[in-house]
Design a protein around this ligand. Sequence first.
Ligand code: ZN
Length: 707
Amino acid sequence: MRSRWSDAEAAAFVARLGPRAGADLALRVYSSRLLGADPELVLHGGGNTSLKGSVENLLGETVAALFVKASGHDLASLEPEGLPGVDLGPLLRLRALASLDDAAMETQLRGRLFDPRAPIPSIETLLHAWIPKRFVDHTHADAILALTNQPGGVAVARAALGSGVLVLDYAKPGFALAKAAAAAFEAHPKARAMVLAQHGALSWGDSARESYERMIEMVTAAERHLERAARSHPAAQTASVPEATSIDTARERLARVAPSLRGLLAAPSGDPDRPFRRVILRPLVERAILDFLDAPGARELALTPPATSDHLIRTKALPLFVATPAFDDPARLREQLRAAVDAYARDYDAYFERNRSALAPGVRRADPRPRVVLLPGLGALCAGEDARAADVARDITRQTLALKARVAAGGARYQGLPERELFAMEYLALQQAKLARAELPLAAEVALVTGAAGAIGSGVSRRLLLEGCHVALTDLPGERLDGLAAELATEFGARVLPVPLDVADPGSVAAGFAEVARAWGGVDLLVVNAGAAAVAALAELSLDEFRRLERVNAEGTLLLLAEAARHFAAQGTGGDVVLVSTKNVASPGAGFGAYSATKAAAHQLARIASLELAPLGVRVNMVAPDAVFSEGARRSGLWEEVGPARMRARGLDARGLEDYYRDRNLLKARITAGHVAAAVVFFATRQTPTTGATLPVDGGLPDATPR
Ligand code: ZN
């Protein structure tokens, strides 16, 4: 591993942050980011760093301070605010205690913050406080863990890293670990760094660079040792994979398997209107993973605990391994998956019962379903309550499997932490707190919106994202779709997925659903919004023009409803469909025959779908807006097309036409995409037990009232 330190970059951090945070804190931020930039050192909020300094209080007194990474902050993107200052003196005195439980420690840490509104310091704060060095760096380096996570790992690490590095047996993170580390340091004050078996590594120094480079030096020594071990163990190198799965085959299987598996991982909620708490599934389909899973002995090696206890809450202690999945027999595969998930949940319940006496009263059992599912011939599927959480589980899984393969390549047997330690970390109060968050109404749900790049489609998509939903933006390929996706991704990140899709093409519709299944595991809400319009009196309407609208408005709706029906059946957790219909279905307009007739067909298809899909727990409803002209800067494509003719017919300009539509309704309301979006959200959040219904969004048009 090479040092990423650059004097020029360091100087830039001092120039940017120094004036408000001081040069040392600026360098502390810089070298923390260097650690965070390397997935072989830390992942997603793992690891932590600190700086000892001082602050001046209101009375002008200088007080010793520890600036330590806050819990839940990420080293890769750290800012000075992620290193809250705590009063060091009282923390040093805590060492006199014989023990300190996690809740009491959290109270102490919160109480010692100089700014009580600052985020809570890391669980490892005492470890940082009690190593009497100015800079302290802590990572969960893969190469170090590959040394310690095997029988006799402490001795292996000592032999590999030499006498300047202390190697400690595993101790529970928090008070116990801090005590052990401080005692070891005092016994060997000349040591340069420290290994924490089955946990990670610690380095220190008088400068940010010294501490950082000692970490890199230690990891490099560990890497050299692992390479030597692998070279002297040729059996591992020649162990060939019997039948390597191709990436294309795995990805094709992924699209078929993900919805079934996602359905099985959804937890019953007890709420009859919204009976499941769903998950987002992120795939890990990569060469190294497929080879790992195809190799002999994969099951035994995979079903071992993770390398460090850092992300247990995301991955659980063990993955689910589905041996020889029946990819060619969907019904059998589904039964296989169901049996495997059930068995996993039973084992998890038993694990919880065996260990629950260690818990504080009131701590509840977590969802017993797996978070990581390994399927030889497909790869890994990783679950989370949103795409970000699932990505954490995925990245940990990638890193963990690579590390286990590395240990095996050296001829050693991989060995993780004992169960009681895993359980303690999975349920650690501080770790649990990281996951506590206000849940948005549509979190863990996936919507597929057609015609997303238009005025109504973009408004609906944006609103669904604001409600926590993951949204596949589908539209014809091109700049409008790309522009919308780029705009929404800056605000909503990984919950936005652009999918080029032509609703009139059966292959494109199927491919669109498959792409969403590969990205997030499935679809829960279909918003049928894409439409086409034209203006012509029946006497002038060409058959070709009628058929053009018929293909998009009627056939497109049919294809989408049919694909959704198959998809919802495979997923087995119900679903919702909302058709963006039109007031024209109830109240058609002259010159609008092709539009009104084909939208009426779509509307009727949706009503049929409400009858056919109810047994699957799928609700199908319609929203019937009057004209929506634009959403922000996005003009309605439909109105760009028909507006000029409508204006001519009524002798109005663009503004006059909008006023005309406003003045004709009872409430004198200008109908917006936001209004349509609110109606979609009303159905999607299942406020009432309603299906097959039409909600007018038109300001009140008596002749359009559903009859
Ligand atoms: Zn740690």
